[in-house]
Design a protein around this ligand. Sequence first.
Ligand code: HEM
Length: 409
Amino acid sequence: MTETTTAPAEALARPFPWPRGLFDPPERYAWLRAERPVTRVVTAEGQPVWLVTRYDDVRAILTDSRISADTRNPGFPRIGARPPTDAERPFLRMDRPEHGVFRRLLAKHFTVKRIQTLEPRIQALVDETIDRMQAGERPVDLVQALAVPVPSTVLSWILGVRAQDWQFFNTASQRLLNGHDVDDPRAPALAREAGAALRGYLAELAAERDAAAEPGDDVLGALITAERDGEITRQDTVNTTLVLAVAGHDTTAAMTATGLLTLLCHPEQLAELLRDPALLPNAVEELLRYLTISQLVVLRVATEDIEIGGVVIPAGEGIVPLTVAANRDSAQFPDADTFDLHRQTTGHMAFGHGIHQCIGQPLARVELRIILGTLLRRLPGLRLAVDPAEVPFRLYSQVNSVTRLPVTW
Ligand code: HEM
């Protein structure tokens, strides 16, 4: 019998977060959605937090003006990595109106139109990367060979970060995100060190740019101009580039590798996709919904008593709106645990919902379509080089992902 039908109530007593499967969120989420859609649990750090699991409730919470994303609230969920100090707080962890200052500054750099202008360059980068894969030995670890370097290089163009530093960026941001891996006692210290190293690097980069008369028209240039206009501080520039760097490459890398594995594990749908590449955009949306890799990123705190699903969440208590559970809610997405590339995916919350909805989603979509589309076109015989059960993945990370993906063709 599965945990869903055996002792779910007792299982709830175990510290949150709970282990998950490679593709599927913890089974307890399904039981919660059916039986206790808004429920209080205790984290591994001993903090009580409220889990919200139904689609409609998660959506309502994420647009409720009585919730806050500000980590300065003492009740903000402390899941995993140490929350940012006041000085380190990025706009991801701010409320209106200060959050709006940053969205406004960054908006034009992430529009669908602006990202479209990058498409030929991204396509060329993906082609070169696959050329290198083809020239080397097989099997290839797709995570290191393609999934991590492509989004990281693209991000360095957008941010104005030196491309030769991507290796440093990858290692440091992954350590930062893995801070709450309960299986690795070194994880919190490594995450702290990595965060400090990234900050130092970005501060150096900002100072270099500020030394120039014209700061440039990329993201870093826009932030330096806003500093000069007195809108934001140097600390804000560092915090903003850091959150873009971390949020922007690990997520896309995780979606590429885990998305490809999902396709390889659904050979009939993969064959259909190879026959009809026009299905790719919807396949990407379905992969986003099905995997909802940002499993522990969306965190909030109640600033007033909030009644939701017949339960009152008291002011000051932490909330984990589980978009990963909401996207598996069959009341919204029929037969939601099944991967179906023909599915109607509108309204999925893989990129969140409300004012913090992912600013990088146009970029993520373009990257995923180009990477997956090119891989399938150029390497139609692509297959796993190991048993799917042997593919390692991150159990507790904020962003779920396979960590290695040995493939051949
Ligand atoms: C498949 C890839 C991606 C996924 C699944 C993803 C997911 C998410 C989610 C769920 C949020 C909402 C967090 C919240 O509500 O608390 C978010 C916000 C954010 N994402 Fe993404 N993201 C992806 C790619 C990117 C990229 C490529 C960038 C930048 C280049 C980016 C930058 C950001 C930023 C800066 C925020 C904070 C927005 C705000 O607070 O207003 N993300 N992302």
